[in-house]
Structures are given as C-alpha cells and as structure tokens.
Design a binder for this molecule. Structure first.
Ligand SMILES: Cc1cc2nc3c(=O)[nH]c(=O)nc-3n(C[C@H](O)[C@H](O)[C@H](O)COP(=O)(O)OP(=O)(O)OC[C@H]3O[C@@H](n4cnc5c(N)ncnc54)[C@H](O)[C@@H]3O)c2cc1C
Length: 401
C-alpha cells in the first residue's frame, strides 16, 4: 500500500465487504463515490476499476461542457451539472481549468436553423442561457470560422451558450479521486468485475480478478462496457457500444477562444490550455470494444474541419484515439435501479457524459443512498423503454457534445 503523503490517493487492497461497490473508476464512478461521502455520509464504499483510474472515456473525451438540451428533463439534469461545475474547483480545492468560453452549435441547413431556434426558446423557458446568432454574428464571435456562401455546408447561424466551455479532464478525475480517498473510500485499480453473486433476486456481491467482494449494493458506472456487465447479471440493456474518435494537433499559439460544434459535419473543436486543438469526430458506425476507430472517420472529420477553419490547413495532427461510448435509443442516459434488487445502473451517456460528471454523480449517489431515484434522475429510468416515455435528444446530443 502506498502511503507517501505526495500520493493523491492510497492504493488499497480490496476489503471482503462494502456497503456500496461502484464498478468503473471513470468520472461518473468517482463523482458518485465522492457525493456518497459528501452528501450522504457513506464511506464504506469501493470503486473497482479494471484498468487505471480514469483511463477510459474520462481520459479520451473532448471535455465540452454545456447544458443546452431540448427537453425539460435533460435541461434540468445538465443544468444541475453545469451549476456544480461552476463551483467545483473551489469545492474540490483543485484547479479544474474550467473555462466558460462559450459553445457555438452551428446550423448548416434550414432544418438545423429551425432546430437551433427551437432549442434556444426551450432553453430560455428552462432558465438555461441561450442565444441565436446569425452568420455575421457567428463570424464576430469566432472570427476564424469560414461563413462564406460557397462552403459545401454554409454556416447559416448558430446557437450560443456563453456559460458552456471546457475543463481539464485529468484534473477533474484526480480531484474527485483525491477527495473520495480522503473520505476513506477505497479506489481499487487493476480489479476487473467478472460476475455477480445473486441470491434470490438480490445482488450480494461481485466476482473480481482480485477475488470475491460482498456488497450491500452494486452500482454500475462502466460507460461503454455497461451492457456487457449487465448481461452477466442476466439483464439485457438497450445500449449499443461504439468507438468515438478524437484527435489533437501540435501545439499552437492561441487561435480559438471558444468551442465550436457542428452536428451536421461532425466536428467539435476547442483549443486546450497547452495550445493543442482538440477535435472530435462522429461515432464509428459499427459496434466495437476496441479503443480505436477507422481512419476514414477521422479523414472525413478533418475535411469538414478544414472547410470550417481554412486557417487549420497546415496544422499537423499529433495523435488520434477512440473511446467506447454507450449509446441509448433516445440519446439520453439511463439512471436507476435494475430488475435485480440492489443492482443499479448509470449508463447511456453515450457521446456526451463528461459534462454530466458532477450532476450524474450527485443524482446517482442520492439514488443509491436513498434507495429511490433522485427527482432529476426519475425520468431517466430504464422503464421508459417499455412505457415509451422517451427523452429524444438526438438533436442536441446526436454526436456533437
Ligand atoms: C472521443 C470522445 C469524445 C467525447 N467528448 C465529450 C465531450 O466533449 N463532452 C462530453 O460531455 N462528453 C464527451 N464524451 C463522452 C464522455 O467521455 C463519456 O460519456 C463519459 O466519460 C462516461 O463516463 P465515465 O467518465 O465514467 O466513463 P469511463 O471513463 O469510460 O469509465 C468507465 C470505467 O469502467 C471501467 N470498467 C469497464 N468494465 C469494467 C469491469 N468489468 N470491471 C471494472 N471496471 C470496468 C473502464 O475501464 C472505465 O475506466 C466523449 C467520449 C469520447 C470517447
């Protein structure tokens, strides 16, 4: 066990039993652990991570944060998250490099324009800041965008959420892990969950690569691997796992001071503190668990990026990668209990769950601790796929973030 004071968290061996076992040490698992301790005083908790902490999508995403979703249920949960982001650096006593630099969602056709304007109105009704910009205003806000009529997909306008922005993902993970650890929660790396102990219809523990661990409750927070895990407990989830790719450029002088996203051409880009352009692509269409994707997807993404930003034409790509995202039929998350007593899921955040990290952790911790869904999580129950009460966020979520 590492006990050196310079380490941000301990590296403990698993205990035989915990009140709550969280499966997955990404952002959502860590945030859930932190809020279990902070909001509910529950600390006999373990986070089991098969690899290293936050080495999954948490390390692989493009860090865009916003709350301008269409439906009331989504606006409420993402706005709750955004409000938490606004105080999170202070609360965790760690500079998360949270930068509210504004997020533009570009419109390239009349359908986009109608959807964007509708979303601005819906956001305003929900108390979420939102503006509609025409093409000239887009150019003023972000001078390096090509708004010319001769572009293949001309920019016809954009929504703008000024409170949206980015944060530094590894700082977020480290800060949450440090606080959870300080509360006494065990963060156990290199510990893969390989099965569940179920007595009657109640989960009583997990089987892991480091031996069995008994648990009062088990909380899945395994993003792209949730459906595989749920299947081990006999539950078939309506989730599809896809690779989602991103890339960074070489380091540049400051050139882009906002976030620009386009669902139509599948580009979302910001410039990180260090100077690299961070760009994401559309999902690879096939299902896969390999954390890599097809080159053609990146090629199409770069072609679109160059048309939007001719100034990037000589920029070199430094590296590309993929994460495995869990996409639900209505592009909204699934949070709450499962048909197995004591087994809970928090999944389906798909291509857009980084922004939800604190909000998701907050409502999931409440759901686990109180044994009933947090009011913000209630509409996102698994049952909606049988009742039909879907929350269709394809317009706001689709692939752009
Ligand atoms: C390229 C890309 C770009 C993205 N861009 C954005 C963006 O700009 N904005 C945004 O809001 N979202 C974005 N996302 C989505 C976001 O990253 C995810 O929705 C979010 O990170 C998922 O939650 P998580 O952090 O807990 O997942 P993860 O970090 O993937 O955590 C899940 C963990 O579970 C572990 N695990 C899996 N199976 C087991 C097992 N059997 N036993 C133990 N541990 C297990 C994994 O190793 C992993 O560490 C992007 C994703 C990708 C891939």
């Amino acid at each position: 066990m590492l006990t050196h004071p310079d380490f941000l968290w301990r590296n403990p061996d698993p205990k035989p039993s915990y009140d709550v076992v969280i499966v997955g040490g990404g952002g959502h698992g860590l945030a859930t652990a932190y809020y279990l301790a902070r909001n509910h005083g529950l600390t006999n908790v373990a986070v089991l991570e098969k690899g290293w902490l936050a080495g999954g999508n948490m390390a692989r995403n493009t860090t865009i944060i916003r709350s301008n979703y269409l439906w009331d249920e989504s606006a409420a949960i993402y706005e709750h998250s955004l409000k938490l982001w606004e105080g999170l650096s202070d609360e965790l006593d760690y500079d998360l490099r949270f930068s509210q630099r504004g997020v533009l969602n570009l419109a390239h056709n009349l359908g986009d324009v109608r959807e964007g304007r509708r979303r601005v109105n819906a956001n305003l009704l929900n108390g979420v800041d939102a503006e509609w910009l025409d093409a000239d205003e887009v150019k003023k806000f972000c001078p390096i965008i090509n708004v010319s009529d001769s572009a293949r997909y001309p920019v016809m306008g954009a929504t703008l959420q000024r409170r949206g922005g980015i944060a530094k993902h590894d700082h977020v993970a480290w800060a949450l892990a440090r606080k959870a650890d300080a509360c006494g929660i065990d963060l156990i790396q290199g510990c893969e969950v390989t099965g569940f102990e179920i007595a009657g219809n109640r989960v009583t523990g997990v089987r892991t690569s480091r031996g069995p661990i008994a648990a009062g409750k088990v909380a899945l927070a395994a993003a792209g691997h949730t459906s595989v895990l749920a299947e081990l407990a006999g539950i078939r989830l309506p989730l599809q796992s896809h690779p989602l790719q991103a890339l960074v450029s070489e380091l540049l002088e400051p050139v882009l001071d906002c976030v620009v996203m386009s669902n139509a051409v599948h580009v979302y880009v910001s410039q990180a503190d260090k100077g690299e352009l961070v760009m994401g692509a559309g999902i690879d269409a096939f299902n896969s668990y390999g954390q890599r994707g097809g080159v053609h997807v990146i090629e199409a993404q770069m072609a679109a990026a160059l048309e939007l930003f001719p100034i990037f034409s000589r920029v070199r790509v430094l590296r590309t990668w993929a994460g495995i995202v869990d996409v639900s039929p209505d592009a909204s998350p699934i949070i709450g209990p499962t048909p197995v007593d004591g087994l809970y899921i928090n999944a389906g955040w798909g291509t857009g769950g980084f922004k939800a990290t604190p909000g998701s952790g907050w409502v999931y911790a409440h759901t686990l601790a109180c044994e009933r869904p947090h009011p913000l999580a209630e509409p996102f129950a698994l049952e909606r796929f049988t009742t039909g009460a879907l929350i269709d966020e394809h317009g706001a979520a689709a692939v752009a973030h």
